[in-house]
Design a protein around this ligand. Sequence first.
Ligand SMILES: NC(=O)c1ccc[n+]([C@@H]2O[C@H](COP(=O)([O-])OP(=O)(O)OC[C@H]3O[C@@H](n4cnc5c(N)ncnc54)[C@H](O)[C@@H]3O)[C@@H](O)[C@H]2O)c1
Length: 347
Amino acid sequence: MPVAQKTYTVAIAGLGKRGMHHAEAVAKNPRLKLAGVCDIDAARMEAAAQKFGVERTHADAAQLLQAVKPDLFIFCTLPQIRLPMIRAGVEAGVKMIAYEKPIALSMNEALEMYSLVRAAGVKTVVSHQHRYGEHYRKVKEIIASGAIGRVHTVYGHSIGWMMHMLTHLIEYAGWYNGGADPVWVVGQAFGKEKFADVHVSPDYIAALVQYANGVRGIFECGAGAPDVPEVDSMWHKCRIGAQGTEGFAEVLTGKEGKGGGWRAVTRDGIRSGPGYMDYAHDMPPYIQDIVEWLDDDSKVHPCDGETALKGFQVMMGAMRSVVQRGKITLPLGEGEPELEALQKALP
Ligand SMILES: NC(=O)c1ccc[n+]([C@@H]2O[C@H](COP(=O)([O-])OP(=O)(O)OC[C@H]3O[C@@H](n4cnc5c(N)ncnc54)[C@H](O)[C@@H]3O)[C@@H](O)[C@H]2O)c1
């Protein structure tokens, strides 16, 4: 007789756009039970509780977690709320915390978050879920097959600004580079308008990265980054790829009906195909990989928080480089909070 598989309980805090995407995918996964929801906006919380038939609700995530004691805590709040949510999850004894990018607002905050989860043995997953797109995967497959020869450069750019987009670009370029560690970064930035946004950012930032395997990374984010004219949707104008000794392969993020896809020049010729970013497509496998990592420690999630931390350090390192003028060696330790320091340093 087959052994019954465990059902994992889930609590979600932050029921805006991304929280609801997560809730939909959790509700559809037969191995997960949505046991509690939280939002400071009572109407949103009640609507989600009704929609998904959830009994436990609370405006305070820590109190909800103490009442529900879920296996998995998901939070999808804006970037200003990270450390208190991580602490609440650890104190409630959850097995895993899955949350939204960017990891934190500063390296100091990220270090504190990671020291809490590492000490408690809590697994973390960060939502860089674009990688589930077929076009993203096609580019990975071409690069990994060796069809572009030896990879010497990976790159990513987006006209969406830093705290929205940069860790996405770094995560997927790092994947195309086989997960090699970034070892140093130099950065440059300009513009202070987006320091007033909830995704606090310079208007533009560039980062040049050296990886341990000798590969160079080139990233640009914000107003002034190259356009992707093939895509007719501002947030989806992202181009991420790799160049090798015998060609290149790259993804254009895209949106349904607005362009996007993949293209490659390889030793076998010129190839291309369609694709676009689609939450409904990308979220179910992202959530299923969470279940599989909960089941089996060896099935580490592709969006593992430790990988995301490496990418986050590239972003924080680029800001430190603008402020300190020069090469920043990774991994980073504590330092002056990067966003505040950058805002002061920019003219
Ligand atoms: N991975 C992706 O593709 C992707 C796409 C868009 C946004 N994001 C990220 O997702 C995060 C959330 O973005 P969003 O667009 O869903 O935001 P949103 O504003 O739609 O939702 C945030 C929700 O959090 C709630 N909230 C605020 N403080 C809270 C608290 N203390 N406790 C509980 N709930 C609280 C708000 O009331 C709101 O309902 C951001 O970090 C953003 O960068 C990721």
